[in-house]
Ligand binder design. Structure first.
Ligand code: ITT
Length: 197
């Protein structure tokens, strides 16, 4: 597996929640992270059919535009009783005119109705791309259950609705440090740091 020689990468995401989490996990490894927003990088169209395909599109585009290794993250919530929806459409499931993810969480809760199976998982695909086009891929998941009403104010996206297995509080009730020990993103990032540093 190709190693990161100069410890400097671009985070190929415009999602501030992702940037914050990735930054706190990666800086202790001595990696300097620069966000796509800081470099005003474009947002490529997510044409892929899988998390990995979309993470690769984001990483390759950012590596090409910046001339630096770039880490793309495509992630989402997969609800088992809804055939793993919204999955890769997790961001697009929300109404862009609404603040926060209450709209999307309410929609999912309504679709579940009285279904007894409220199990779900978060999935995170990470792809590191070098400016020469080479890539490496990593994936992490975490299983849990969807609660209603939602609870907690930390984190982002669907965090207030997701109770990780083994806990009775939601991702949004964990501190960022606690979430970063167990999350889908933390697990994918561990594979990245284990293999590429
Ligand atoms: P970029 O494409 O710029 O990275 P995005 O928000 O559009 O930003 P995605 O296409 O990967 O990113 O969509 C993922 C969505 O899934 C994201 O908007 C969140 O709503 C949700 N999501 C992913 N990881 C999450 C997490 O750790 N906690 C809560 N929601 C999460």
């Amino acid at each position: 597996m190709r190693k990161l020689i100069e410890k400097k990468i671009v985070l190929a995401t415009h999602n501030r929640g992702k940037v914050k989490e990735m930054q706190s996990i990666l800086t202790p490894f001595g990696i300097t992270v620069i966000s796509a927003d800081e470099l005003s990088l474009s947002e490529p169209e997510e044409k892929g059919k899988t998390f990995i395909e979309n993470a690769k599109i984001k990483a390759l585009s950012a590596a090409k535009e910046s001339g630096l290794p770039a880490l793309g993250d495509d992630s989402g919530l997969c609800v088992h009783a809804l055939n793993n929806k919204p999955g890769i459409f997790s961001a697009r499931y929300n109404d862009p005119k609404k603040n926060g993810f209450m709209y999307a969480m309410t929609k999912i809760n309504e679709e579940l109705g009285n279904n007894k199976d409220r199990s779900a998982h978060f999935s995170c695909a990470l792809v590191i791309a070098w400016p020469d086009g080479e890539t490496e891929e990593f994936e992490g998941i975490i299983n849990g259950t969807l609660c209603w009403p939602v609870k907690g104010d930390n984190g982002f996206g669907y965090d207030p609705m997701f109770v990780p297995d083994g806990y009775n509080i939601s991702f949004a009730q964990l501190t960022e440090n606690e979430k970063n020990k167990i999350s889908h993103r933390a697990r994918a990032l561990k594979l990245f740091t284990d293999n590429c540093l």
